[in-house]
Design a protein around this ligand. Structure first.
Ligand code: PLP
Length: 403
């Protein structure tokens, strides 16, 4: 397989991913092995594949590609990002204690809170931008620390090197949700991560047409355990979805380059706008995590959040008057999206947890796509001016009552 030539650049390997695997017809595009079962030749031994929940050649090609990109020993592709989160959490015994970054993905917080209520796992949420908070939260029964960096939606940066060292000293696993950057921009295993998870729904597939997830393990043993869990629970990904993600991966390097270039320009534009009180983008020098992001990431990514000035009506006007940015959850697709985390992507989070993480209703999250930058800026400009008009109208109706 050309993609297994060790000297190739990762970008080239991605372009060639899955090629030259079809021995029967030598198709250049990897076939979709749309089959549940595989024939046994005899009764004295299993064939390489027997049943697609346990293994499927299309899914295997995707798993090999992602594991190599992340620098892991193996990967397991599952039906969604949350299935990836659940697959890793399934590896810990009842009564295990997990330390989790306090502004993790809303769905992760919901799952952890549910497990905690059922008495399956105990969880402590801490602000891991100060890694010492991990040390303070450790208990004898702590088994893992769950990290998301950059965090969602405020793009705080957590020091993977420091957290990795603390986790190693404590003998606990480091698990990193790497969805926001992809392995091309950050490789947590290089910093000691034992497991990495992704929602492949986002940048890895990149076209907003698949829901998927993946668990990458640092060690062969970790990979076997993750595969056991995904096969036992039936979380594994379908062949067609795997094929779509593999196709998406082939353009990941060029997509990411454009996402990041556009995001940087959007962040600088918002930073100079009088209706914007704060911009959260690690690529801006004013971002508190800028230097750290430069050290541990190969790029700043395509996500930009900001805090807009104005009342609820003005925020609503902003969100509903963009024409290029689509009002939708999710991220990482080629098209630009705008959303309000407090009522959309992070609505499943407990209100106190949301407040603690600083996710107010004036925080807006953008997934900056790969459209022409002039259209993106013009769209934000007209939406912000609309929001300004709404604010003025509200002021005009409120002020007389107060004088
Ligand atoms: C979307 C997302 C998930 C969950 O993934 P699904 O594919 O929606 O199940 C987990 N973590 C992060 C950071 C995400 O953005």
């Amino acid at each position: 397989m050309a993609s297994s030539i060790p000297s190739l650049h990762p970008h080239t390997k991605l372009t060639l991913a899955g090629q030259h695997t079809d021995g029967a017809y030598k198709s250049v595009s990897l076939p979709i092995y749309q089959t549940a079962i595989f024939r046994f030749d005899d009764t004295n031994g299993k064939p390489q594949y027997d049943y697609s929940r346990s293994g499927n050649p299309t899914r295997a090609a995707l798993e090999t590609t992602i594991a190599e990109l992340e620098g892991g020993a193996g990967a397991v592709c599952v039906a969604s990002g949350m299935a990836a989160v659940a697959t890793v959490l399934a590896l810990y015994d009842v009564d295990a204690h997990i330390v989790c970054s306090h502004d993790c993905y809303g769905g992760t917080e919901r799952l952890l809170t549910w497990y905690q209520r059922q008495g399956k796992l105990d969880v402590t949420y801490v602000d891991l931008t100060d890694p010492l908070n991990l040390a303070l939260a450790l208990r004898p029964e702590t088994k893992a620390v769950w990290v998301e960096t950059p965090s969602n939606p405020l793009l705080r940066i957590i020091d993977l090197q420091k957290v990795g060292e603390l986790a190693k000293d404590a003998g606990i696993d480091l698990i990193v949700d790497n969805t926001f950057l992809s392995p091309l921009l950050q490789r947590p295993i290089d910093f000691g991560a034992d497991f990495v998870v992704h929602s492949t729904t986002k940048y890895l597939n990149g076209h907003s047409d698949v829901v998927g997830g993946v668990v990458i393990a640092k060690t062969k043993e970790g990979h076997e355990r993750a595969h056991f869990a995904a096969n036992a629970t039936g979380a594994t990904a379908a062949p067609f979805d795997s094929w779509l993600v593999l196709r998406g991966l082939k353009t990941l390097p060029v997509r990411l380059r454009q996402h990041e270039e556009n995001a940087h320009t959007v962040a600088r534009y918002l930073d100079n706008h009088d209706l914007v009180s704060q911009v959260f983008y690690p690529g801006l020098e004013s971002h508190p995590g800028h230097e750290l992001a430069k050290r541990q990431q190969a790029g700043f990514g395509g996500m930009v959040s900001f805090e807009v000035v104005g009342d609820a009506a003005a925020v609503r006007t902003l969100l509903t008057s963009t024409r290029v940015f689509t009002l939708a959850e999710s991220l990482g697709g080629v098209e630009s999206l705008i959303e309000q985390p407090a009522t959309m992507s992070h609505a499943s989070m407990r209100a106190e947890a949301r407040e603690e993480a600083g996710i107010t209703r004036n925080v807006i999250r953008l997934s900056v796509g790969i459209e022409h930058i002039d259209d993106l800026i013009a769209d934000l400009e007209q939406a912000l001016e609309n929001a300004r008009c709404t604010s003025k109208r509200t002021l005009a109706t409120v002020t007389p009552a107060h004088v």
